[in-house]
Ligand binder design. Structure first.
Ligand code: S3P
Length: 164
């Protein structure tokens, strides 16, 4: 087993579950947003504001490709699946997992978090519309794990069962 890619909407628990999975397997853990912030020494929100979303997406793809190395759990930003090239990468270069969470649960989890540039305005409406635009893209993942009613530990066990 080489690389596990965790994808899903913001608030799906990718980072928490990714860290638990990496501990279990003794793998390296990488979060694409954290890596982008480390490389650019500024927040994702600032990159969106100063460089725009298109450039953020390019940086995100570079990080995805560069960090795809053996024995790694890679937690990806919610928009990684927007690019067809990224989806092909996720399918071919590792084990692609989609952590599924309902829009209602996403809202509960992220409503008080100011670090989400794509939710500016009316977050509930934004979540619903992003969810509808993206669900079919996430569903291209061969492994789909529901997370809304489960703890990060339960989700981690389920991911491990599914990829065993
Ligand atoms: C985004 C999700 C964020 C971050 C950026 C854009 C998206 O990551 O990459 O704000 O397009 O859904 P998380 O999914 O880790 O919150």
């Amino acid at each position: 087993m080489a690389v596990i890619f965790l994808t899903g909407f913001m608030g799906a628990g990718k980072t928490t579950v990714g860290q638990l999975l990496a501990e279990q397997y003794g793998y390296r853990f990488i979060d694409t947003d954290q890596e982008i912030e480390r490389l650019h020494q500024c927040s994702v929100r600032t990159i969106f504001q100063e460089k725009g979303e298109a450039q953020f997406r390019e940086i995100e793809t570079e990080v995805l490709q560069k960090e795809t190395t053996s024995k790694t759990v890679l937690s990806t930003g919610g928009g990684i699946v927007l690019s067809k090239a990224n989806r092909e990468w996720l399918s071919k270069e590792g084990i692609w997992v989609f952590l599924h969470v309902t829009p209602e649960e996403i809202y509960q989890r992220v409503k008080d978090d100011p670090h989400r540039p794509l939710l500016d305005g009316d977050p509930q409406e934004r979540i619903q519309s992003l969810f509808e635009q993206r669900l079919s893209l996430y569903n291209e993942a061969p492994i789909v794990i529901p997370t809304s009613e489960f703890t990060p530990k339960e989700v981690t066990v389920e991911v491990m069962n599914r990829i065993a």
